[in-house]
Ligand binder design. Sequence first.
Ligand code: ZN
Ligand code: FE
Length: 254
Amino acid sequence: MLTVKQIPVLNDNYIYLIHDSVSGETAVVDPAIAEPVQKILRERNWQLSCILNTHHHSDHVGANLTLKKQTGCQIIGSHYDKNRIPGLDRTVSEGDSVFLGRHKASVIDTPGHTLGHIVYYFSEDNFLFCGDTLFSMGCGRLFEGTAMQMHHSLNKLAALPLTTQLFCAHEYTQKNGQFAQTLEPNNTQLHQRITEVAQLRQNNIATVPTTLAQEKATNPFLRSHCPELIHTLAMHENSRVEIFTETRRRKDHF
Ligand code: ZN
Ligand code: FE
């Protein structure tokens, strides 16, 4: 059994510690800062085995060198980011696997937010660590990739089982929900989710992880086929990619 410990840091980042009790191995996904990670490791008497980076941004790799120096952990990240992820020991790309004890994570390339963005999919455990590619009711900004690349990346994630738990790297859900509502004002599942999210945030509770089923029902970036969304955008003659592109453009200006 894998245990996932979510650590909220900075303004709205989440760091995830993943621990396998059988092997005793522990991974950390996107350590922005070191202290809160070290604290949990101490409290639980866990030894850090590896760092799994989803992409090179500083709020995801900030503690790489500190944690490596202290624990000797191995740092794993995209081959594309070999010159821009600090302390990288092992480069991976789509089709490669990373093991935490006997638990396998498959690497999936998801260019868009950055060109080297990857996600880690523990298929047996139903966990997806999706970094800044997919957020609850949102997706990452296009800093390096094209809308077409991001659309393709999200389609790959949308093909995973509906019960997949999505461990996103940011708590952007409430703002994302407000935007989603402008596109689908009559989506009842979206309404419910927005209400639930408001309550959670009022009590300072995380809205992440979410599930793929929930995202498919509420996330406009996975809903380029949705009649109401298409109607709002008045894009009846357009392709899915064009609809996605316009959705992303509007979010940038929201
Ligand atoms: Zn980022
Ligand atoms: Fe980020």
